[in-house]
Design a protein around this ligand. Structure first.
Ligand SMILES: NC(=O)c1ccc[n+]([C@@H]2O[C@H](COP(=O)([O-])OP(=O)(O)OC[C@H]3O[C@@H](n4cnc5c(N)ncnc54)[C@H](OP(=O)(O)O)[C@@H]3O)[C@@H](O)[C@H]2O)c1
Length: 332
């Protein structure tokens, strides 16, 4: 489009509801920042569904008009910093992008250069966005377990294993030689899918979904990547072997953690918190590079649905109704 004009999904909040429509904007409409990016790909997760529909327990976006899209990859068009130059391919995830700062559901975005990660060598922008922030989060969890000393060959439980983060965590752990136990609430239907990702075993989420009978149970795994929280996390702790560790990043099953000090002081277990939103840039650059080395090919096409801007509002409704399986890739 000429004259610096471009298309964007814009949220407006005229009354009680949030309205989402495709608008034509110009570079001058974009928020402040020192790098202007031509966006090529974005993706879609629960937070994006929340932003577009305004549904859920809290309104994610507080200021309007607003362009959502928490993850994106694109090419630098203009740069006021020496750290990036026009033509550089970059990834943006976290830092409130798509929540407080305009995001990736637009052909252009202007952001702060300190939020940018170069697209790692050996990976395309499209491949990077099949992973998005879920891939970064999964990689950070694996790195945290490894840093604690959990070695390849150990049994690792991944809770919420069919989800965005969980499925990539299963793939990474498998490639690195861990024995992967995936938990899912649909163990019968999803067993084959988890096996195809690389899980050695699929267990039913309900087996670890209630509070454990005791704070220490027979040892079942050495590490856990936990997307669920609540009673599931308490159960994961109770079943962790001596010297093991849990990388905790999710809360789909609740924010409470009912446990005792016993797993920590009797078995020397570590609870490692993982955050990809404000993770320091050096750590995230290294994590993206490692993700590209272990799984350079991106997610397979059969788990991806590629859509354009115009399909986003309906897709957001479907995500909020829990009707979306697999990954949504947004091409701009
Ligand atoms: N800390 C961070 O930086 C960070 C970064 C990314 C994500 N997260 C958090 O990590 C979690 C996972 O994110 P995601 O993008 O992978 O989510 P997702 O795609 O929705 O996957 C979550 C999975 O958990 C399972 N699940 C859903 N509700 C559940 C419940 N009530 N109890 C037990 N299992 C349940 C589902 O799998 P089954 O149907 O197979 O059981 C679902 O596929 C979320 O809480 C997200 O907010 C945190």
């Amino acid at each position: 489009m000429p004259d610096g004009r471009f298309k964007a999904l814009v949220l407006r909040h005229p009354g009680e509801t949030i309205e989402a429509s495709i608008e034509t904007l110009s570079d001058d409409d974009l928020p402040d920042g020192d790098v202007l990016i031509r966006v090529h790909y974005s993706d879609m997760g629960y937070k994006d569904g929340l932003a577009i529909t305004g549904a859920g327990h809290r309104q994610l976006v507080q200021s309007f008009p607003f362009v959502p899209g928490v993850d994106f990859a694109g090419v630098v068009e203009l740069s006021d910093t020496t750290r990036f130059k026009p033509g550089d391919e970059v990834i943006v995830t976290g830092w409130g992008v798509g929540e407080r700062h305009w995001g990736g559901y637009a052909e252009k975005a202007r952001v702060r250069s300190e939020w940018l990660v170069p697209v790692p060598g050996g990976m395309t922008m499209r491949q990077a966005m099949t992973y998005g922030s879920a891939g970064l989060s999964a990689m950070l969890c694996v790195n945290a377990l490894e840093r604690y000393g959990i070695a390849a060959g150990s049994g690792i439980l991944v809770t919420g294993a069919t989800g965005r983060v969980g499925s990539i965590a299963v793939m990474l752990l498998h490639r690195l030689g861990y024995r992967v136990i995936g938990s899912t609430s649909r163990a019968n239907e999803e067993k084959d899918y988890l096996r195809a990702l690389g899980a050695d075993e699929a267990i039913a989420a309900k087996d670890i979904g209630g509070l454990p009978a005791q704070p220490l149970l027979p040892e079942r795994w050495v590490g856990t990547i936990d997307n669920v929280g609540g009673a599931t996390l308490a159960n994961a702790l109770a079943g962790t072997a001596y010297g093991g560790a849990i990388a905790a990043l999710g809360l789909v099953g609740g924010v409470d953690l009912e446990t005792t000090v016993l797993p920590f002081i009797k078995r020397g277990i570590a609870l490692l918190g993982v955050d990809s939103e404000k993770c320091p840039n050096e750590k995230r650059i290294a994590a993206w590079q490692r993700l590209a080395e272990i799984l350079p090919q991106g997610l397979p096409d059969d788990v991806i649905e590629e859509i354009g801007l115009e399909a986003l509002p309906a897709r957001a409704e479907a995500i909020m109704r829990g009707q979306v399986r697999g990954r949504t890739l947004v091409a701009l």
